[in-house]
Ligand binder design. Structure first.
Ligand code: OOG
Ligand code: NI
Length: 466
């Protein structure tokens, strides 16, 4: 009897990530440069820092790691995206409201699709930051534009019935026979290719006046991958090397400063991609070539996930840096202020970050033969006496303020926004309803992983850890 090979969801995910990288590299050649420089940075970092360099992820994982970004126009499209990504074992995690992250013209709410289990993340951590246009937000769109957006978006098909059916089958069966897998991958990759179909000139630029992001989403007949982001172990080095190659980066690295304490959360930077040729249909009916500049290159460095308490401190530090910067002499660099603020507010060792409950960690038993000789012990005592070793849990998610900064710094126009009007209220529950599936809370995922490791350590040592 002939047996058919079946692909597991993680294998589909790894292949999907590779195919998107090949597609994006052929569309945006600067991406290939970014990947080459990222590889150099990582290899040099490992050479200089040895064993310690892989504390936040093995070189294999870091080198293969990417996140993508896509943007869709409606609840219906977002629900379809969720079905497609479920076929690759990627589920919605976290809610980001970029309308409020800065007083900017980014009229979207977002989530990120990614694997949720640590072993799945280890097999392949591909994730996609996914934004939905809030076309009903009156601060950006008047009633007439909202209606036009609605009819334009509801008339297009981003994902075919065949793609959706194959995706549903993969998620129901948690695997897919080889032939169907190949078809699923072809269709899913093609759905994110930049379309050659002509863009309606006047409609696109009407939207662009309101928001360049709205035009990129609702002004074109399909969606496309906006960027694909490699991960580096030293983003300052990457930044310097890209500038040395003559690629102008945005002014700042977003997120935490470079300081002597532990790396936390996420640091990101980007550069504007080149203009891309697109065909425009003009009111006279003629199609003429023009160009658009909406895609960009981004790179990131990932650090330790912060607990809710750690995150509150982070948010307060960001606000404090803003206040101090506003009062500082013109020309003062944000990073100088940020370094000071960090030194006064965060412990400068991983161990303290763990023991003060500010960062998420798993706990490894140093010597499994050891018996502390009591029934219960405090986590702090076990760590300080070397019985347990904290190992950082890497932040797998995003930062709304950095995301808004990345969106914003790559736009030429501020767009328009009327804050006299009321915005549409979105939160994690409402977006879950739109998606038709519950959005995971990132803190619950990290915290469950930490708790499970402490319980397992307790069982190995035969004690209760308090
Ligand atoms: C998404 C921007 C946010 C990130 O890494 O924070 C983002 C977009 O441009 O569509 O990708
Ligand atoms: Ni990104």
């Amino acid at each position: 009897m002939q047996t058919t090979t079946k692909l597991q969801l993680w294998e589909l995910r790894a292949e999907f990530a590779l195919r998107l990288a090949t597609l994006y590299g052929s569309e945006v050649p600067a991406y290939n440069t970014l990947v080459d420089v990222s590889r150099e940075v990582n290899e040099d970092f490992i050479r200089k820092n040895g064993q310690d360099a892989e504390r936040l992820g093995s070189i294999q994982r870091v080198t293969a790691e990417r996140h993508g970004a896509i943007r869709v126009g409606s609840a219906r499209e977002l629900a379809q995206v969720a079905r497609v990504f479920a076929a690759f074992g990627m589920y919605p995690v976290g809610f980001y409201d970029l309308r409020d992250a800065s007083k900017s013209s980014v009229p979207v709410v977002s989530t990120a699709f990614r694997p949720v289990d640590s072993d799945e993340l280890a097999k392949n951590p591909f994730r996609v930051f996914t934004s939905m246009l809030a076309h009903d937000d009156r601060r950006f769109f008047d009633a007439e534009t909202e209606k036009q957006l609605e009819s334009f978006i509801s008339a297009r098909t981003l994902f075919s019935e065949e793609l959706l059916a194959l995706a549903d089958k993969a998620s129901a069966e948690q695997e897919l026979p080889q032939e169907e897998a190949a078809r699923l991958l072809d269709l899913a990759t093609a759905a994110f290719e930049l379309s050659q179909e002509p863009v309606d000139h006047d409609w696109y630029f009407k939207l662009e006046k309101i928001s360049a992001v709205a035009a990129d989403i609702g002004g074109v007949p399909s969606t496309h991958i906006n960027h694909l982001t490699p991960r580096v172990l030293d983003i300052d080095d990457l930044y310097a090397r890209m500038e040395a190659r003559g690629i102008a980066m945005i002014d700042e690295i977003q997120g935490p400063p470079n300081w002597e304490g532990p790396d936390v959360l996420l640091r990101q930077t980007s550069f504007r991609a080149l203009a891309e040729e697109r065909n425009f249909r003009h009111p006279d009916g003629e199609v003429r070539p023009g160009s658009l500049r909406v895609r960009f290159g981004e790179v990131e460095q990932r650090g330790i996930a912060l607990t809710e308490c750690g995150r509150d401190i982070y948010d307060a530090m960001v606000a404090e840096v803003d206040t101090l910067l506003a009062a500082a002499p013109p020309g003062t660099a944000r990073v100088e202020i940020a370094e000071q603020v960090w030194r006064t507010n965060l412990p400068d060792t991983e161990q303290e970050l763990a023991l003060q409950g500010l960062g998420y960690f798993t706990y490894r038993v140093a010597d499994p033969g050891q018996n502390p000789g009591k029934e219960s012990a405090a986590l702090r005592d076990l760590v300080e006496s070397g019985v347990l070793v904290p190992e950082p849990i890497v932040y797998e998610d995003f930062l709304p303020r950095s995301a808004a900064g990345i969106f914003q710094s790559n736009l030429t126009d501020d767009g328009s926004r009327d804050d006299e009007q009321l915005g549409t209220p979105y939160d994690i529950d409402r977006l879950s309803e739109v998606l038709g599936t519950r959005i995971f809370d990132p803190n619950e995922l990290y915290s469950a992983q930490q708790t499970a490791s402490i319980e397992a350590a307790g069982r190995r040592l035969g004690i209760t850890i308090t």
